[in-house]
Design a protein around this ligand. Structure first.
Ligand SMILES: [Fe+2]
Length: 244
């Protein structure tokens, strides 16, 4: 079985379209999406529609930005970080009167299933903080929730791709971010797991992020979010801290 793992789409339809186009040529049997479908960018409904049209069985969990949208919908005075608020409100306005809102409300932060004899644990953050936990590639801390034999622990949220095999035989994997990579490569990032070959691969797909940036600027979108689509030029975010 070949499984595509996507995360942190962040309403970036241009990046998602490129990734889904690439998947058409990769004999994918199943798709996992590790949350943060929404937030940061303004194409929420288009992203939702693309996700609903994925032909393979697809499991989607929610992330912290998705949760912010739900909280704001329930309570319009719910505090949201000013850096995220504009996109959260714009995305909420887009989906509020559509089936996307009920769909989002039904998602959870974690999911566990068994495929081809492997246990797959999907979590947006980390197992001990599914909403906001971060495990970066330079993190070497020991943790009680490291994967056990035969387990794939799939985590998103950091926007940094990671594949780490453990002595137990378990695999920790973060596919990086489709919609806003932060590792210095603006190409959309995702992962493909092949359970028969026992292989895991991070795949990068270039898309016209410069055009997306142009489009955002034409809408006077916050410049920090615009620049975040091309870290090579922005230099706005240093490498993650060792302690995450
Ligand atoms: Fe997140």
């Amino acid at each position: 079985m070949r499984i595509a793992v996507l995360s942190d789409l962040h309403s970036n339809v241009h990046a998602l379209r490129a990734v889904l186009g690439a998947l058409e040529h990769q004999q994918i049997d199943r798709v996992f999406v590790l949350g943060d479908v929404f937030g940061y960018y303004p194409w929420a409904m288009k992203v939702y529609e693309l996700l609903m049209a994925i032909p393979q069985p697809t499991t989607i969990i929610k992330g912290n930005h998705d949760e912010m949208i739900l909280q704001r919908h329930r309570d319009d005075s719910w505090p949201v970080n000013a850096a995220y608020e504009g996109a959260i409100m714009q995305n909420l306005a887009e989906i509020a009167s559509t089936p996307a809102l009920a769909w989002l409300s039904a998602l959870s932060f974690t999911h566990t299933c068994t495929l081809d004899g492997h246990e797959f644990t999907l979590v947006h953050g980390t197992p001990d903080d599914a909403e906001n936990g971060r495990f970066y590639p330079d993190n070497t801390d020991a943790s009680p929730w490291f994967p056990k034999a035969g387990q794939y622990l799939l985590m998103g949220h950091t926007h940094y791709p990671l594949i780490r095999p453990f002595p137990s035989g378990g695999i920790m994997l973060n596919p990086g971010s489709v919609g806003q990579p932060r590792d210095g490569n603006p190409a959309a990032s995702y992962a493909v797991i092949d359970t028969a070959l026992q292989s895991q691969e991070i795949v990068r797909v270039a898309y016209d992020h410069a055009r997306a940036m142009q489009e955002l600027r034409a809408w006077h979108w916050p410049e920090k979010s615009v620049l975040a689509l091309d870290k090579r030029r922005s230099g706005m975010e240093a490498a993650p801290s060792l302690t995450s």
